[in-house]
Ligand binder design. Structure first.
Ligand code: ZN
Length: 301
């Protein structure tokens, strides 16, 4: 059954997904300007009478917009329909690759053809099992190839999720904050410090908000702070949280602020200005979070 499907899917390789598509607008300065503003790209090559379009705008000139694409071929719709019928009803875009062969300039009229380049054998991913479909769009001005755009999707059957015991949401750990969470694992609350202008920042960011520098090191928080502000959550209830509870914005002794829970005190006893101290609380096998306890009376001050 799967083999039969695989053969049918394979037959779509090389068939067109769009034929003789035409860009809705010629390459033009206003769209380049808006794009550069949105991306914060001030490269002078994209301005003035000799301007070229940023190469990464390649797909901008071929997108269909709300009114749809021109020249879309039947084969692609058929292929997606075949996958839907086989139970691979969900879709996610996985990656895109572009290749630039010549610059596009304001005034260039863009045409394009898209081909179904490959349909993968059945793969099992964390989302579920399915097939990767790669299309390749060749973008031309006149007869010249300006660039190619490969776009890959996964058509998949969503995996049945086992109902999980309700647990706290996991932090999203990425390359910009991984060292923060590594610190938490060692029971250290690390604050980022710009090594150019010494500005401390929290939460973690890729660049300095004062001078823009991407260079940083860290300072370990002493753990002392005060409640700068707080809210008491009553509603809506979230799984794994038991309302009412106090969410505090704690100003650390170092001057930066962190959102956390204020624990070890009834929710209605939390006050602005309350001196608090950091502790690390384990919520389950995987999750440790920095939270704050009121300072014992007499120590505060
Ligand atoms: Zn700085």
């Amino acid at each position: 059954m799967d083999d039969e499907l695989a053969v049918r899917l394979k037959a779509y390789e090389g068939r067109p997904a769009a034929v003789a598509g035409v860009g809705k607008d010629p390459v033009n300065a206003p769209m380049i300007r808006h794009w550069c503003e949105a991306m914060g790209d001030e490269n002078p090559a994209y301005r003035g009478p000799e301007a070229v379009a940023p190469p990464t705008m390649l797909q901008v000139w071929t997108m269909g917009g709300l009114s749809g694409h021109t020249g879309r071929a039947q084969a692609y719709e058929e292929l997606l329909g075949l996958l839907d019928d086989a139970g691979y009803t969900a879709v996610v875009a996985t990656d895109c690759e572009q290749e630039y062969l010549r610059p596009l300039r304001p005034g260039d009229e863009v045409t394009f053809d898209t081909v179904i380049e490959s349909v993968s054998p059945r793969k099992t991913t964390r989302l579920g099992s399915g097939h990767f479909v790669t299309t390749r769009t060749d973008v031309r001005t006149g007869t010249e190839l300006a660039g190619t755009h490969r776009f890959r999707i996964l058509k998949y059957a969503p995996a049945q999720r086992k109902p999980r015991k309700e647990s706290r949401p996991r932090p999203v750990i990425n390359r910009d904050n991984a060292d923060f969470w590594a610190g938490v694992a060692e029971h250290r609350l690390l604050i980022q410090r710009c090594t150019v202008c010494d500005t401390l920042r929290f939460p973690w960011l890729p660049g300095c908000t004062t001078c823009g520098s991407p260079e940083w090191d860290t300072v370990e928080a002493s753990g002392e702070g005060t409640v700068f502000s707080y809210v008491v959550m009553h509603h809506p209830p979230f799984p794994a949280f038991d309302p009412p509870y106090a969410v505090g914005l704690v100003e650390l002794a170092e001057g930066v602020r962190i959102v956390s829970n204020v624990v070890g005190v009834p929710y209605d006893k939390v006050r602005i200005g309350m001196p608090v101290r950091l502790e690390f609380r384990r919520y389950d096998d995987e999750l440790v979070l920095p939270v704050f306890q009121p300072m014992p009376q007499g120590v505060a001050g």
